[in-house]
Design a binder for this molecule. Structure first.
Ligand code: ATP
Ligand code: ATP
Ligand code: MG
Ligand code: MG
Ligand code: MG
Ligand code: MG
Length: 227
């Protein structure tokens, strides 16, 4: 684009800027891994949840949160992460053309997060049943037939009766996804000549797991979300 500056094509740039996400909308960017079903096969992920891969995804997202001051919250599971920007952010001139979900109010943001967490739950419950059945010797088509049109309650019963699994006791990381916040933490950066610790304040990404990230109690505990 550099060569376009001051050229007769300069006007094209104005088309790009027309897609500014206007206030009071706040910006959420959701990133989803491309073709991860295949990626997870090629790299022999543990199914349905490869904890090492989830932890790697979480560490990368924590690094993103620590790198970009404007991101105040993030939520992720499986191969996706949603990053919530503070309302007043001018990041990339607020351009919408980058997988931005614009949220007109805190209520819309809550609805968005509830939607993603619902997807996390539904996928994880299905995948847990799916892989238990496949690992117990059923074929993929038999498994799909068994799970077709089943409700949540039926899936829970299947897991309990066939495999003795109480779904609620599975790790929160799998069932609820991961939330990331920023906290100011005191960190020892070095020790002085007398051996005393030298401390600095640093922004650090902190994980929270919660059953209902769109719920009132969760938001009341996290006032920083109202920025
Ligand atoms: P100029 O010379 O006018 O600054 P540029 O080519 O540097 O033009 P920028 O708008 O600064 O263009 O963008 C730099 C790079 O960042 C481009 O590759 C662009 O596609 C990418 N980019 C810009 N905005 C976003 C965005 N909102 N999300 C993701 N990538 C973006
Ligand atoms: P698309 O490119 O359209 O996003 P996709 O193959 O990435 O296609 P998704 O709907 O994004 O499809 O689903 C992600 C896939 O990656 C699922 O099949 C899921 O089982 C797998 N996956 C992602 N993370 C993990 C993980 N930590 N452990 C096991 N499987 C995972
Ligand atoms: Mg530039
Ligand atoms: Mg997809
Ligand atoms: Mg994907
Ligand atoms: Mg996905």
């Amino acid at each position: 684009l550099r060569d376009m500056a001051n050229s007769k094509y300069e006007y094209v740039k104005s088309f790009e800027l027309e897609d500014e996400v206007m206030l009071p909308n706040l910006m959420v960017v959701r990133i989803d891994g491309r073709d991860f079903s295949r990626f997870s096969q090629v790299h022999e992920f543990e199914k349905p949840n490869d904890e090492t891969a989830l932890n790697l995804m979480n560490s990368c997202s924590a690094a993103v949160l620590e790198e970009f001051p404007d991101i105040i919250f993030a939520y992720g599971y499986s191969d996706e992460y949603s990053f919530v920007f503070k309302k007043t952010s001018r990041f990339y001139q607020r351009r919408a053309s980058s997988k931005v979900v614009s949220c007109a109010s805190a209520e819309v943001l809550q609805a968005y997060l509830a939607w993603r967490q619902q997807d996390c739950h539904a996928n994880n419950q299905y995948d847990t049943c799916f892989w238990m059945l496949v690992k117990s010797g059923k074929s993929v088509s038999e498994t799909q037939e068994i799970l077709k049109d089943t409700q949540k309650q039926q899936k829970n019963e299947l897991l309990f009766q066939k495999f003795g699994i109480n779904y609620k006791t599975l790790p929160e990381l799998f069932r609820q996804g991961s939330c990331l916040f920023k906290k100011k933490v005191e960190e020892t950066v070095k020790h002085d000549e007398n051996g005393n610790p030298v401390k600095r304040l640093r922004r650090k990404a902190v994980f929270v797991h919660s059953e209902n990230i769109a719920g009132r109690s969760f938001w009341n505990e996290q006032p920083s979300l109202y920025n």
